[in-house]
Design a protein around this ligand. Sequence first.
Ligand SMILES: Cc1cc2nc3c(=O)[nH]c(=O)nc-3n(C[C@H](O)[C@H](O)[C@H](O)COP(=O)(O)OP(=O)(O)OC[C@H]3O[C@@H](n4cnc5c(N)ncnc54)[C@H](O)[C@@H]3O)c2cc1C
Length: 397
Amino acid sequence: MLVSTVELAWRARRGAELGLTGAAGVGLDWGAIIARKNRIVSSWSEGKDTGLERQGIAVLRGRARFLGPHELEVGARRVTAERVILATGSAPARPPIEGIERALTSDQLLERTTLPGRLVVIGGGMIGMELGFAFGRAGARVTVLQSGPHVLPPVDEELRAALVALAPEAGLDVRTGARVRRIAPDGTVETEIGGRAERFPADAVLAATGRPPNTAGLDLEAAGVAVERGAVKVNGFLQSPTALHVYAAGDVTGAHQHTPAAWYEGALAAENALKGNHRSVDFSVFPTAVFTIPALAQVGLTEAEARRQGFEVAVGRAPFEDSSAAAVRGETEGLVKVVADERTGRVLGVQILGAGAEDLIHVAAVAMRGGLSRRDLAGMHYVFPTLAGSVFDAMWS
Ligand SMILES: Cc1cc2nc3c(=O)[nH]c(=O)nc-3n(C[C@H](O)[C@H](O)[C@H](O)COP(=O)(O)OP(=O)(O)OC[C@H]3O[C@@H](n4cnc5c(N)ncnc54)[C@H](O)[C@@H]3O)c2cc1C
């Protein structure tokens, strides 16, 4: 929501190139943006709550914990259940850094009604990079401090490099190999990078160092539910192998931290819990996006992963610089990259960086679900001029 508003303003300001007048002066009322976000989020959750109750589902509000395999406590109430589904999500990690209590979580940062002049983001994962780009494009000076050698580790290397190349123009200074030592009382983040001490003064510090599954306080051992690396351990049916009446879905399983994965797993766990195990999880075609500005979306294998799995890999590329639709819109950053099996032509993965990537990726996802080859797709008709045309063009190259 916040990202789309900032993106709209950013695109509007570039309107001068397209002949728009007055576009350079488009401003952002941060308080109004946050208030609108709060209104929309609370209307969604109110709708869900009342929807559940209308369907005759009792909602007990409070923290739940197990007292025994089939018995739970929720506030002052005790409930028994034949089957239990755990869907307690994840919570922000608090890394052991001196002064970490001065850092904000993503929820806290998104409550602030003023835009910080200088934002330091600790962590260059999905949340760190999304909020880094949003605040940077909104006008904050942002520094992203990533401990490892790369930001967004699971992303295709080529697209990551293309995204990082856009960072300075978006107001981001991305620093890798950074060890954060301390957050000083004045908000300065004291860091060591490449053996040298560096200080980053900040008006706000965001800790975006991962979200471990929310299992603390559930007393899972009372139900015999096993935990692995902090996540509820489940089999392919989303069932605890050590407590067969317990299922788990969403972030608490530690597998995919995405809303659609939680929806899908929730429905599947409920079906298996109520009707017996007859559906197992299938994430073979699972499109995801990082909402940087522009967004980076992917489905299937990256080139490196496909090579690691032993495929003879054919790679196709269609830079948006070569797209008429992108030129018309003045949005020529990024590219579509296709990874295919050289022998069979089967599409193994597609990565897209650029305008509308989060929507375009579904063209590739549907094609992959249907088992289409790059030759099938390269021969398809498409509407001209469209950004989606680049997905088909990448199949030719
Ligand atoms: C800043 C940010 C941006 C994100 N952006 C995206 C995005 O663009 N797209 C996307 O797909 N995903 C995004 N995600 C991830 C997405 O929000 C999560 O993957 C999703 O919410 C997981 O759903 P869930 O049901 O597993 O957990 P949650 O939505 O976290 O719900 C868990 C619920 O359980 C409750 N709970 C916890 N413990 C107990 C207990 N003991 N008793 C009772 N209740 C308990 C919690 O209060 C919470 O209400 C984002 C996450 C963050 C933090």
